[in-house]
Ligand binder design. Structure first.
Ligand code: NPW
Ligand code: ADP
Ligand code: K
Length: 501
């Protein structure tokens, strides 16, 4: 798990590493710049490319100068540096790097306050104006320069953070931010890189290790964590030789209506592929033929219009409710019936979430440890409108604690909020998965994992990871634009096999 730190914490981690490793501040900058350069050279190996490095007079600018010096040493010859003197202050490490630069034959130009901007002929811009030290929105000269650079539409590679993007906290829609094609960031992605508002300002990011003290990073006990492959490998359990279907639980899914039966088929099918010992789905009779031909392994409980089905509650290790269920009075009566009779953690998705949104009192009846899986709109219907993702994140944290449930906020980097106030960002999945029914698959997977006695928290983290990984394995090698939910479900066993090998 990679702790995601705020700018202030990163600053403290820098200081701790400097005094405890020990390493001088300027040598830590040297290390960071070296890590940047090595990644930059993988992306831009052509040494004849024209490059301009724009440097502020803080430590981000210090990095920019060190990076330009190193690229020159590596034989990049079409290189120039523009030092921006919009502030009267300069950090010591910036000054040291400026001094180290001065004997080089690389052109260096200073841009003064209120001055005109020089013409820009380079194809690549290295953005080392401002980094994690940003403490207010850009204005004045900085804003003018960034607007000017943005309209040039060059290939911008940002050092650590795109200039003007706050590392955490709300991102204003009006903010001026230097648009990066690639951000090579130090040690860890910044929290805002994982939220949709960064989308218009950066195409991709890559984190490079600069050797900050790991024990110290972990000791900060950040509420924000990035889930990595190793975490999921630790969670997943092997299957035992003398096990049988009873070992892996009996999942019940309550889903589907005449016109949205596909959702019931998809989630119950995913539940089978994700390894539930037995899967039963509660559907209207109109879906039975489709169920039996789509996924023969799934059993059915038929529910009649206006009549609650007979359910032997004790038979089921877990219940998942909602995909394609509808929001009518029958669906509401069914949900209330489940909440009144079933007292183990359950999974609530889709229409059942919308019913909870309109009948908020039911939220309090969710058994502790239950899992809700809203996408952004469902989340806001449940917990109120949010105008920024940062605010939504804070509500997510607060509601998961208050209701003692797990909230899986589906997104590119899906975020799971847990009852202990942690927020786990997922690192798999891709845009080819933006296709109707994909959420139903996730519900089936998480339900299957709870059936197999994973804790609700483990089921969320592993379920979201496996779901996204299956989508990645299917889409990324051939750059597919779309993968279908059913394909994702069928890929789950292979993905689990890879992780448990
Ligand atoms: N040893 C280390 O610590 C390491 C650090 N590293 C590098 O340091 C970077 C952070 O450097 P930094 O803290 O010097 O801040 P930086 O982003 O250069 O900004 C400079 C100053 O600008 C100002 N300012 C803020 N907002 C503003 C605005 N809107 N408009 C105008 N001015 C504004 C503000 O000063 P103020 O004006 O508030 O006094 C701020 O202090 C980090 O991203 C990484 O690249 C790596 O080398 C690894 C080792
Ligand atoms: N652009 C994207 N990048 C990564 N994952 C995505 C993207 N779009 C959708 N997904 C994933 O696909 C699923 C969609 O869920 P949801 O919106 O509930 O779909 P549906 O309601 O159609 O079943 C979520 O798990 C989400 O994380
Ligand atoms: K920058």
């Amino acid at each position: 798990m990679l702790p995601l730190l705020t700018a202030q914490q990163i600053h403290e981690a820098d200081a701790y590493t400097i005094s405890h490793e020990p390493v001088t501040s300027v040598n830590l900058m040297e290390r960071a710049s070296k890590a940047f350069v090595s990644r930059f050279m993988q992306h831009f190996p052509d040494k004849a490319q024209t490059i301009s490095a724009y440097c502020g007079s803080g430590n981000n600018g210090g990095d920019g100068l060190a990076i330009a010096r190193m690229l020159n040493e590596h034989g990049y010859r079409q290189l120039n540096v523009k030092v921006v003197r919009f502030s009267d202050k300069a950090t010591d490490d910036f000054n040291t790097n400026l001094h180290r630069f001065q004997h080089l034959s690389v052109p260096l130009l200073e841009i003064e306050k209120g001055g005109n901007f020089p013409p820009e002929d380079s194809a690549i811009i290295i953005d080392a104006l401002l980094g994690s030290g940003l403490n207010k929105p850009l204005s004045g000269d900085y804003e003018q320069l960034v607007k000017h650079l943005n309209q040039l539409e060059k290939t911008v590679v940002a050092v650590d953070v795109p200039t003007g993007l706050p590392t955490e906290g709300a991102v204003s829609k009006e903010a001026t931010i230097l648009k990066a094609k690639l951000v090579i960031t130090f040690q860890q992605p910044k929290i805002n890189f994982l939220l949709p508002e960064s989308g218009p300002h950066m195409e991709s990011w890559e984190a490079v290790d600069i050797g900050l003290d790991d024990t110290y990073l972990q000791s900060l006990n950040s509420p924000y964590q990035l889930i990595e492959k190793g975490d999921i490998k630790t969670i997943l359990k092997p299957r035992h030789k003398f096990s049988n279907k009873g070992t892996y639980g009996h999942a019940l899914l309550v889903a589907g209506q005449a016109k949205t039966m596909g959702a019931a088929l998809l989630c119950s099918s995913a539940c089978v592929y994700a390894g539930a010992g037995l899967t039963t789905v509660c559907i209207p009779e109109s879906g039975l033929t489709a169920l039996n031909s789509y996924q023969a392994e799934v059993m059915a409980i038929i529910r009649e219009q206006d009549q609650l089905p007979e359910i032997e509650w004790d038979k089921f290790s877990v219940i998942g409710v909602g995909p394609g269920l509808g929001k009518d009075d029958n669906a509401l009566a069914l949900l209330k019936n489940i909440l009144a009779n079933y007292h183990k953690p359950m999974i609530i998705d889709a229409d059942a979430l919308n019913l909870l949104a309109t009948h908020q009192e039911l939220l309090q009846q969710l058994p502790k440890g239950s899992i809700v899986t809203p996408h952004m709109k469902e989340f806001d219907r449940l917990f109120g409108e949010h105008d920024t993702w940062w605010n939504r994140l804070q509500t997510l944290k607060q509601k998961a604690q208050e209701l003692q449930i797990n909230i899986v906020l589906k997104n590119d980097y899906t975020i799971t909020g847990t009852p202990d106030g942690k927020l786990y960002f997922n690192s798999t999945s891709n845009a080819a998965m933006a296709s109707g029914g994909m959420g139903d698959i996730l519900t089936g997977i998480i339900t299957a994992l709870v059936a197999q006695k994973y804790t609700p928290e483990q089921a969320c983290l592993a379920g979201v990871y496996l779901h996204g990984k299956a989508g990645d394995v299917l889409a990324l090698p051939n750059q597919l634009h779309v993968v279908l939910p059913g394909q994702v479900a069928a890929k789950i066993p292979a993905v689990i096999a890879q992780l448990t090998a």
